[in-house]
Design a binder for this molecule. Structure first.
Ligand SMILES: C[S@@+](CC[C@H](N)C(=O)[O-])C[C@H]1O[C@@H](n2cnc3c(N)ncnc32)[C@H](O)[C@@H]1O
Length: 261
């Protein structure tokens, strides 16, 4: 199956159903951003440290990659950046456009698969932010290569990702029993490892399909593409989202730099 196309349709549905990741920022958050009070979240709870960003974002070219939904892209435009939002789901981009229109902000939106940024020229961006989304992509290596290509030398890539350990466990069973027993190998993929009846139902229900990846693909892959890792922190979730939360941090954030040499 074409999992990228499946996930595109699934994310369009998620947006139409106003899922948690698809609720646009309201006027207050944008108004505060205009006065210099802002924070970018790539994972649920801990914001990206402010010193991961340049002091002044005015005129900086920022690519919000697979980060549609009317949040980070219009926020960074309100701070003064020249923002391009690149996402595979039309409905997520529509939310970016709605906020931009409501707030009188300029924002470019492009629909496409984050593994193929060929519509974007080499060395275009000062900064790329990638809100937790590579869990929906089957292969990370083309994404890291494309990010490296479209960044200017000295530019940076900030990525939120799911810690692969989340996928060791059957979440449905864990939520039912309160016990998490390691069951799946890493790298895990819904397509390969989910029980067949559940996978068929997930496909029929147009649910998003996920891939754990490995830390080697996540962090090693960025290094292999030529980046230097310059920042790292973990983030947790909440018990409402997964009881696994009490056992450890589910999310990782990295800051990678494209060296100037
Ligand atoms: C968890 S949402 C993150 C965005 C949101 N702004 C937030 O704050 O949570 C994941 C996003 O990744 C996008 N996405 C999934 N697969 C993609 C792909 N292959 N290429 C580009 N975007 C993709 C989805 O459409 C969705 O907007």
């Amino acid at each position: 199956m074409d999992v990228v196309e499946h996930n595109r349709n699934a994310w369009n549905d998620e947006a139409l159903e106003d899922c948690r990741w698809c609720i646009p920022y309201g006027p207050n958050i944008i108004a505060e951003a205009r006065t210099g009070q802002w924070a970018v979240y790539l994972t649920p709870n801990r914001p990206v440290p402010r010193d991961w960003f340049p002091n002044d974002l005015t005129g900086k070219k920022v690519l919000c990659l697979a980060s549609g939904g009317g949040q980070q892209a219009p926020l960074l435009a309100a701070v003064g950046a020249e923002v391009t939002s690149f996402d595979n789901a039309e409905q997520q981009l529509e939310r970016d456009r709605q906020v931009a229109e409501r707030e009188g902000l300029t924002l470019e939106t492009i629909r496409g698969d984050m593994a193929d940024l060929s519509v974007l020229a080499d060395e275009t961006f000062d900064l790329i932010i990638n809100v937790t989304s590579n869990v929906f992509a089957p292969d990370l290596h083309p994404i890291w290569r494309e990010c490296y290509r479209v960044l200017k030398p000295g530019g940076s890539l900030m990525v939120g990702m799911v810690n692969p350990f989340y996928f060791l466990f059957d979440q449905e069973e864990g939520e039912e029993t309160g016990e998490f027993v390691a069951k799946y190998p890493i790298p895990y993929s819904d397509i390969e490892h989910m029980p067949k009846d559940r996978l068929e139902k997930a496909i029929a229900d147009n649910d998003v399909l996920e891939f754990s990846h490995t830390l080697d693909d996540q962090i090693g892959g960025q290094l292999e593409a030529g980046f230097l890792i310059a920042g790292f922190f973990e983030d947790d979730w909440d018990e409402e989202s997964t009881l696994l939360n009490k056992f450890g941090c589910m999310f990782i954030n990295t800051r990678a730099i494209k060296p100037e040499w």
